[in-house]
Design a binder for this molecule. Sequence first.
Ligand SMILES: [Zn+2]
Length: 260
Amino acid sequence: MLTISPIPAFSDNYIWHLQQGGDHWVVDPGDARPVFDALDDKPLSGILITHHHPDHTGGIAELHRHYGCPVYGPGSIEGVTEPLANGDQREILGQPMQVMDVPGHTLDHLALLIEEPGSNGTPQLHLFCGDTLFAAGCGRLFEGTPVQMYQSLSKLAALPPETRVYCAHEYTLANLHFAEAVEPGNAAIRNRIAESEKLRADDRATLPSTIGEELATNPFLRCHIPGVARRAANHGANGGTEDSDEVEVFARLRRWKDKF
Ligand SMILES: [Zn+2]
């Protein structure tokens, strides 16, 4: 059985720690020290990387030097030993892993989908999406266009609703407050704020979430909802004309959130 737990790093990053039997992998180790602490004396079998930002890659060199383990990720990143590209299938921890490119936050950004056989015959999907899809939010557009990011998010939104979503930052509550400003009448958002506040009060991660939860509460996955389009228009930099084009709604929401 695959266990997945967050290793907190910096002020709000999570390095996801995957464990199956004696096999240990980490995703996006921005810092080596918390990984050494979490593993104690156990060996690291491999590293997965979603994109090139230093808070996701800063620990690669030290961990690779110490454990000599393979590093899977975008081929342009220094220290990656197993370059991945869109459509690749690999086996990680004995489970199939599918690679999707999700440009927008950065141009090299990958999402990694691990399929674990379920007890009832339905596989459990685990999505490692770095800084592309956040709980109730999405990453900033540092390198890509709104069209690219919207297409990337749409790809992730199309995964089965039970898919577990492991993002790389604890931004959930701040994102939910923005979501509530976009959709003040959305009860799912209100409920999620209450649940997340409880978890944070106990110093627990609000993650993973699921694609189903994101579809119900994440404004960036709800650009097709007329109420969201209307609110985006009222706050969009281009003035108050409602636009039914989902990419334009997305772009307006992203600009609004940048200043929220
Ligand atoms: Zn990033």
